[in-house]
Design a protein around this ligand. Structure first.
Ligand code: SIN
Ligand code: FE2
Length: 215
């Protein structure tokens, strides 16, 4: 029999961030090994790379994609591309386990029938960061972003709808999922420089899956 004293160390919990945004702690913890296995397969087909921004800056986060289209950046701008510019091939199909989890997380946040067509996969090593930004390259301006954290913990930056708005700092652990859509869809967010560490699942890295409904 389970008692108060032998519960999971961190059972799933739900922290509303604002209207349209929620942090689901531990939501994918049981599936994390299977997700990492899929990331390894996807990266064999489309290796992680450091994209260059239109301003000529090489990003510290390494990226790859799966799904119908992938998010890419180069000197000409940001775009969703059905073809990986590095390999000239289509991106790997989105694994069933990705789609299922993304839809379950979106539903838990109040967004029914989520059907993402893109999954950006970010890989952080110590020092890598993502400056405050909005996700605004998608045609669908209501469907949520579903963001899954795996491996080393990170400090997530959660701002407002204007770049200058105050920013909250939240620790994201492996298995946590942040969902933001509807009225919160264009909130500025980012990731502070990753701290050194060693994680049983991902070694010295953090992996983030970011699902988007592009079209
Ligand atoms: C992103 O904004 O695309 C990624 C966020 C994260 O790595 O948690
Ligand atoms: Fe983002």
């Amino acid at each position: 029999m389970r008692t108060l004293f032998d519960q999971d160390p961190s059972p799933p919990s739900r922290e509303p961030l604002e209207d349209g945004a929620v942090l689901l702690r531990g939501f994918v913890t049981p599936d994390a090994p299977a997700l990492i296995e899929q990331v390894t397969l996807i990266a064999q087909q489309a290796p992680f790379r450091h994209l260059v921004t239109p301003g000529g800056h090489t990003m510290s986060v390494a990226m790859t994609n799966c799904g119908r289209v992938g998010w890419v950046s180069d000197r000409t701008g940001y775009r969703y591309d059905p073809v990986d510019p590095d390999t000239k091939r289509a991106w790997a199909a989105m694994p069933r386990v990705f789609l299922d989890l993304a839809a379950r997380a979106a539903a838990a946040a109040g967004f029914a029938d989520y059907d993402p067509d893109a999954c950006l996969i970010n890989r952080y090593v110590a020092g890598a960061k993502l400056s405050l930004h909005q996700d605004r390259d998608e045609k669908d301006a209501w469907a949520p972003i579903v963001s899954v954290s795996l491996g080393l913990p990170a400090t997530f930056l959660w701002g407002g709808k204007r770049r200058a708005d105050p920013v909250r700092r939240m620790r994201l652990e492996s298995g946590d999922v942040v969902v933001w859509g509807g009225p919160a869809r264009f909130v500025y967010h980012g990731v502070a420089p990753l701290k050194d560490g060693d994680h049983p699942l991902t070694g010295s890295t953090r992996i983030n899956l970011t699902f988007r409904k592009v079209f």
